[in-house]
Structures are given as structure tokens and as C-alpha cells.
Design a protein around this ligand. Sequence first.
Ligand code: AMP
Ligand code: ZN
Length: 137
Amino acid sequence: MKDDNCIFCKIANGEIPSNTLFEDDDFRVIFDLSPATKGHALILPKNHFRNLYDIEEETAGKVFKLAHKMSVKMKDYFKCDGFNIIQNNEECAGQTVFHFHMHLIPRYKGDNALKLWAPKEADAEELKKMAEDIRGL
Ligand code: AMP
Ligand code: ZN
């Protein structure tokens, strides 16, 4: 499953050369072209999926296993102080390339590289209802 118009399909499958940190039958890990911090990398599946909704459960499991393996290696190599794993789905959530990918972002004290969200107040009744609804799906 490849999409001929997708740049990440081309990179993941080696049609466009990249600095590859890891490769196996299912994935390629590359550096982000416009990194948030030194070492910012992306896990790309070799098959084309638009985003998390389209990925099969087995591949989703493999992605997080790989994120774990890469984050441990990268933490040692970059000697970073922290690490973010980010995965955006659809435009309103910040997705700009519509081939599933997971961001691996080493963090350094004082880097001010990401502000993830502005915390709001939760409504206790609403939380209770939403949790019940979702359990029932
Ligand atoms: P997202 O906003 O989650 O869709 O992330 C897309 C990411 O892909 C951004 O961080 C871009 O900097 C990165 N990116 C776009 N094109 C390339 C490319 N050719 N090689 C490496 N990274 C890229
Ligand atoms: Zn693709």
C-alpha cells in the first residue's frame, strides 16, 4: 500500500534518500527536516496510512515498541534531559503530512521548544458521563 503522490511513502521506501537512524521491513526512522530540537526524528511506516485512524492495531503496537527502542537509544546518544513523543492526526491537530508518522523529540533543559496545551478546568459531571459513554462503545 503506497501512495505515488506521498513524499513520506517515497522516503520510507528509499526512493528519496534520507539519513536513516533505523530501518526494518515495516518502518524507517529519519530526521525531521525542520527539527524542533537537535535530534528530532520521525517514525515512518513503509505502507501508506493517512493517520492513526487508518493504521491496523498490530502496526500501532509495533510503532510504540519502536518509539520505546529509539527513545532509549536517542536519550543516550543526545544526552537530552527529557523526551516527547507526539503524533498528530488531521489538520486541526497539527498534521501537515498525511502519511502516519510519530515524532521523537529529545528535550533539553530550557529549550522552550514546545508548548503543548493551555490547561483548562474540567467539569466533574461531564467527565463522569464521558467516561461511562466511552466504556460503553
Ligand atoms: P506533522 O505536522 O505532524 O504532520 O509533521 C510533519 C513533519 O514532517 C514536520 O515536522 C516537518 O518538518 C516534517 N517534514 C516535512 N517534509 C519532510 C521531509 N521531506 N523530510 C523530513 N521531514 C519532513
Ligand atoms: Zn504515504
